[in-house]
Design a protein around this ligand. Structure first.
Ligand code: DAH
Length: 349
């Protein structure tokens, strides 16, 4: 009797696993055959009813069936798991034709762009970039630059004083000239530029700010002429505003240069014909300059009988306003919509 049962289960097992494709069905089969009331478990329990001399044979037969089941079960489980992994791999495959994630590239602030442009040009002409402190001595900001106390030209550069009258927020980058000359003790030629923040006690409006940016230049050597200054300025003007710019000097006054000039470029908007940007004159003033005053050379330890040179100063905001058509200086210091900033792409100067 039990032999028939054994045969029956054996036959079932032959095809049992063929069509099983998921874990749930497989588990159900395990319960059906090997669970507490499973067919094989129950069959095993029947051993008590088997005559003694047949018990061994019976046991072997049940074992065979159990092995058959376990074998099929393991193989089927492996098959299902392989299939699942393959399906997952296929569904998660990377599509290389999809557009990539774009990493936003920051853009340089217009002030920074002007500074970098001037630095790269002037460095190629042999200038070193130096820095000076923003909290400066009155001595360097004014006194040694031939602006003694009570000098009327100080009025235009009223600034913020710190601890009495000895220290102030520098009103110009010109004190860096003094520092450089003192450092070299009247011995070496000098070629430096100094970009940096400057301060004045100004009411803020479209063209004034209590904090702004300048770039100072100083060249000290022998037999330097105004022509050298003109050539240098011309290179700067063309670099910033295009090859067709023309330049001119107008007489001016600064205590630290003699003679002093205003540096003008032909208007890039109307090419000199006259428009609202150049206020009808055809020319735009972009900085001050001159031959270093012998008094300043002497103050700073250079013998004016041996050495001479030129100095210049640019207002960086002014250059940026002209170059990028920005009409309010306050725009440089406030936060902007990203679209505004994106116009100043770092890759394209
Ligand atoms: N420091 C001057 C200013 O703030 C600008 C300037 C003019 C600088 C002439 C110079 C110079 O070095 O030679 O108005």
């Amino acid at each position: 009797m039990y032999k028939d049962k054994i045969e029956e289960i054996k036959n079932e097992l032959k095809d049992l696993f063929n069509n099983i494709n998921d874990k749930q069905t497989l588990e159900n089969k395990k319960v059906e055959y090997m669970g507490k009331n499973g067919k094989i478990t129950l069959l095993n329990g029947q051993i008590r009813e088997v005559p003694n001399e047949e018990k061994k044979e019976f046991g072997m037969a049940v074992n065979e069936i159990r092995n058959m089941f376990n074998d099929g079960y393991t193989k089927t489980l492996e098959k299902i798991e392989t299939k699942e992994i393959n399906e997952k791999l296929n569904s998660e495959a990377i599509d290389v034709t999809l557009p990539g994630t774009k990493l936003p590239v920051g853009s340089a602030h217009p002030i920074e762009r002007i500074i970098e442009t001037l630095e790269s040009l002037l460095m190629s002409m042999g200038y070193d970039v130096v820095e000076g402190p923003e909290v400066e001595k009155d001595l360097y900001n004014f006194e040694l630059l031939n602006l003694p106390k009570g000098h009327p030209a100080r009025d235009a550069q009223d600034t913020f004083y710190i601890k009495g009258e000895e220290y102030l927020l520098r009103s110009q980058t010109s004190p860096v000239q003094v520092r450089e000359m003192l450092k070299h003790e009247g011995k070496d030629p000098i070629r430096i530029i100094c970009p940096g923040k400057t301060y004045r006690r100004d009411e803020d409006d479209a063209t004034h700010s209590h904090q702004f940016t300048q770039m100072e230049g100083l060249l000290v050597d022998k037999n330097i002429t105004l022509g050298d200054l003109k050539g240098t300025f011309e290179a700067v003007a063309k670099k910033l505003f295009g090859e067709s710019r023309e330049t001119r000097f107008r007489p001016s006054y600064y205590p630290f240069t003699e003679p002093s000039v205003e540096m003008d470029i032909s208007c890039f908007n109307c090419n000199g014909k006259g428009c609202n940007i150049c206020k009808g004159t055809g020319w735009i003033t972009v900085g001050g300059a001159g031959m270093v005053n012998p008094i300043v050379l002497k103050n700073c330890g250079y013998d004016p009988n041996k050495w001479n040179g030129f100095a210049f100063g640019f207002g960086i905001e002014r250059l940026a306003m002209l170059k990028y058509g920005i009409n309010d200086i306050r725009m440089f210091y406030v936060n902007h919509d990203i679209k505004t900033l994106e116009q100043f792409d770092r890759r394209e100067y």
